[in-house]
Design a binder for this molecule. Structure first.
Ligand code: SF4
Length: 441
């Protein structure tokens, strides 16, 4: 029989329960025996660390040995590592991670033999994948190489009906239906003429989505419904002006996505080959929201964004590959047009933000072939050499599903920065990452 004589949380002594005193009195056959007699009869308390001869298992044996050896020191640590090879391996990995060298424990996969370089393996990639690689090679490695997917989040925010992705798809459906309908009648967007029709299309889509994904409550539904109408309003107002300089021509054009119906006439189940200089190319797949015809052989490419424009920096051309879609889709459209024997040159490519947070902003970027080839060559160099470090900057992290793997942006970013700064002679495996950071567009 025993009792806990110390409260470890409050760091104070504890008295035995009266029940123990009763037992002791029975044993002594003396109803007058008090706590003082009980305490002195109990003797010295036993601690967590066993004596040299009373250990019950391996853990207790180690505790008794370590107590005997005194304060922990490198000798004891070395002894533990010698007995437990897995601990030794973890210790080595940790030491390598906190060193200023880039090692296999920081995301360096040696001997990839080009298996994950799209220039060599010919597997079509999407702009989303390339931009993910540019944001954080480590997160890219988890998501697209190891295919580690974050678990579904079943916790539901009672104030939200559709998450950002579903809301974006809903808006795309509405804009596509509306533009396809009026373009088939050879009309251009006009607020006075088309507002009621756009509202009706939006209402039909909302009803369909409400059936497919019932909202948690009426307030969440009405709030997002009003956001949809606000986006439609901004869309139509802006499109009326925008389309005075051109004609919307193609909508929701998939290429290299065999599971999706290809939108005639330029949609295609086959990916497009993007030339990136020096005799190299890779296969691109994706879906283009909108192509406008601007003149004889001139086109514009637009991507609808339902959120804010915060992550698309107007002054940056490719933002080290984190904003590359406009440039790649411009190339893709020219190739898709050529496939159906149409002459065409994309003169402008960009993003349109009709949602509440985007406030109808349009951001278009100039085409810069050399910058595109340089960034893509550098990014694919990471894949060729198997270099997957953490993102070097918290701005790159945003909402990341893998922050529990890298221990969080703060530590991860600092670690990569430290290794980037070490330009010593370590075989320079980090060089492709340095080149990416030097792409200053
Ligand atoms: S949180 Fe970690 S894994 Fe995610 S992007 Fe940042 S560094 Fe990469």
């Amino acid at each position: 029989m025993s009792y806990s004589c110390r409260n470890l949380i409050e760091d104070r002594e504890q008295f035995p329960a009266p029940f123990l005193l009763d037992i002791y009195r029975s044993l002594k056959d003396d109803p007058a025996t008090d706590y003082t007699a009980l305490r002195s009869a109990i003797g010295t308390p036993a601690g967590f660390i066993p004596s040299q001869t009373t250990y019950l298992d391996e853990t207790e044996w180690w505790l008794s040995r370590l107590k005997e050896l005194g304060r922990p020191n490198e000798g004891i640590a070395a002894m533990v590592r010698a007995v437990y090879p897995w601990l030794a391996h973890g210790y080595h990995a940790q030491a390598e991670r906190i060193s200023d060298r880039f090692t296999v424990f920081d995301g360096w996969i040696k001997d990839t033999h080009g298996e994950i370089d799209p220039r060599l393996n010919r597997v079509p990639v999407s702009c989303t994948e390339i931009e993910a690689l540019a944001r954080c090679p480590f997160a890219y490695f988890l998501r697209y190489v190891l295919e580690v997917e974050p678990p579904d989040d079943y916790g539901r925010d009672p104030t939200v009906w559709l998450d950002a992705m579903a809301f974006g798809i809903l808006l795309h459906e509405i804009f596509h239906s509306f533009m396809a309908e009026i373009t088939a009648r050879e009309e251009k967007p006009n607020f006075t003429r088309h507002w009621e029709r756009l509202r009706a299309i939006a209402e039909e889509c909302i009803t369909r989505w409400r059936h497919r994904m019932p909202p948690p409550n009426l307030a969440a539904f009405t709030t997002q419904r009003s956001h949809v109408f606000a986006a439609c309003y901004t869309f139509l107002k802006d499109e009326e002006i925008h389309c005075q300089q051109g004609t919307p021509r193609y909508f929701e054009i998939p290429f290299g996505l065999p599971g999706l119906e290809s939108a005639p006439p330029i949609g295609s189940p086959d990916p497009v080959s993007i030339d990136i200089g020096e005799g190299k190319d890779f296969m691109l797949r994706g879906r283009i929201d909108r192509v406008d015809h601007k003149g004889r052989d001139e086109y514009e490419v637009w991507d609808y964004k339902s959120g804010s424009s915060r992550n698309i920096l107007e002054e940056k051309q490719l933002n080290r590959g984190r904003q590359i879609q406009h440039a790649l889709y411009a190339r893709a459209v020219e190739i898709l047009l050529a496939r159906v024997q149409k002459q065409g040159r994309v003169t402008r490519s960009g993003y349109f933000f009709p949602g509440l947070k985007g406030e109808g902003q349009r951001i278009a970027k100039p085409q810069d072939t050399l910058a595109l080839e340089k960034v893509l060559g550098t990014l694919f160099g990471l894949l060729r050499d198997g270099i997957f470090p953490y993102a070097p900057d918290p701005d790159f992290c945003g909402f990341c599903d893998y922050r529990c793997v890298c221990k969080g942006p703060e530590k991860a970013n600092a670690q990569t920065q430290m290794k980037l700064e070490n330009r010593g002679a370590d075989g320079n495996p980090f060089e492709p990452m340095r080149r990416l950071m030097d792409c200053d567009d």
